[in-house]
Design a protein. Structure first.
Lengths: 181, 180
């Protein structure tokens, strides 16, 4: 149904209305034209803008939804990563504890070894010192005994040596010298 | 070494000069007399003191030579030592000269020490033994050291033969101290 048919129908209905003063055709044309201009303007300017607005709005919504989906995906991946890390932390903690324990054991063993070596060295030094002191004491004792023996022998000889002894010693000495060459 | 070499050169020169004149023994006696007057005396202090003029010291030397009856050869020798300022070498020169004289005369020196005065017979027998061994006349000087307790010690031809009781006791002490 076109606009012209709508105008003709409107005139027929208006003529059938009876005895009232029927509006003239001129009264219809002007609003019609006015309406058509209005409709044209709407179609020409408002509809494209509304269409563009709706299209851009739709694109923005689609983009926002994509971004949201991407963020959701990243968040899910991050959650997954953290879950995996959390799962690994127990193992890492265990390995760190084990490593620390092993280091501690090594250090302990090393300290024990060094302490034993030091103790051995101290013992050896003490033994050496004791031996040395014993040797010195023995040597002193020997020297005292020797000096005592020498002193007593000298005193004895000095008391008892006679001219005859001296002569005999001299004779023996001369005899020994005679055998030198 | 330098000192020894220098002393030998002076002693050898003097000895050869003395031998040419047949005065080796006389020079030896000159040495003995002069050293007896010189060693450790004011004469030594004066002759070696550069505070005195050299000419003055030489006149003193000539004056001293007269009462000591030094031979002209020996006086000239002392004068040479003085001119060359070699007084410090005089004792060493005397010792070398003494050794040269003994060697030339076929004599060797020895020193024997005993705890008491040895009798002449013992000395003579020891000299005879040493002469037999060395084939030379032995000039044996006897000394007494009561510290030896007994026995004899002989120094001869640069060696010491120790037969003293003191040394035997010392050896015994050392053996005890080492191996008791």
């Amino acid at each position: 149904m076109t606009v012209l048919e709508l105008v003709l129908i409107a005139q027929a209905l208006a003529s059938e209305a009876g005895d009232h003063h029927a509006p003239s055709l001129h009264d219809i044309w002007f609003p019609l034209i006015n309406f058509l201009i209005f409709a044209y303007l709407i179609k020409r300017f408002a509809l494209p803008r509304a269409r563009d607005y709706l299209a851009s709005r739709r694109a923005a919504l689609v983009r926002a939804m994509d971004e949201a989906a991407e963020r959701e995906r990243r968040a899910a991946a991050l959650v997954q990563d953290y879950k995996a890390r959390l799962a690994r932390i127990d193992g890492e903690t265990e390995s760190i504890v084990s490593a620390l324990r092993a280091d501690g054991e090594k250090e302990k063993a090393k300290l024990v070894r060094e302490a034993r070596a030091l103790a051995d060295k101290i013992q050896q030094d003490a033994r050496f010192l004791a031996d040395q002191e014993l040797k010195v004491a023995r040597q002193r004792m020997r020297e005292e005994i020797a000096e005592t023996a020498e002193r007593q022998a000298r005193e004895l000889i000095e008391r008892h040596i006679s001219a005859a002894d001296q002569a005999r010693l001299a004779e023996e000495f001369i005899a020994r010298i005679g055998q030198v060459r | 070494m330098i000192e020894g070499s220098l002393s030998r050169r002076y002693a050898k020169a003097l000895f050869e000069l003395a031998r040419e004149n047949g005065r080796e023994e006389a020079i030896e006696r000159d040495f003995e007399r002069f050293l007896a007057a010189y060693a450790g005396s004011p004469l030594q202090s004066v002759l070696t003191n550069p505070a005195f003029e050299a000419a003055t010291r030489k006149r003193i030397l000539e004056a001293v030579a007269v009462p000591l009856a030094l031979s002209s050869v020996f006086k000239n020798f002392l004068s040479l030592l003085h001119d060359r300022d070699r007084w410090a070498y005089l004792p060493a020169i005397a010792a070398v000269y003494h050794r040269m004289l003994n060697e030339a005369k076929g004599r060797v020196e020895a020193r024997v020490v005993s705890s008491s005065t040895p009798d002449e017979d013992l000395i003579e027998r020891l000299k005879a033994v040493l002469a037999r061994i060395s084939g030379k006349e032995v000039l044996l000087r006897a000394e007494v050291d009561p510290g030896l307790i007994g026995g004899l010690v002989l120094e001869w031809q640069g060696k010491v033969y120790d037969g003293s009781v003191r040394t035997q006791l010392e050896n015994m002490k050392q053996r005890i101290a080492r191996a008791y």
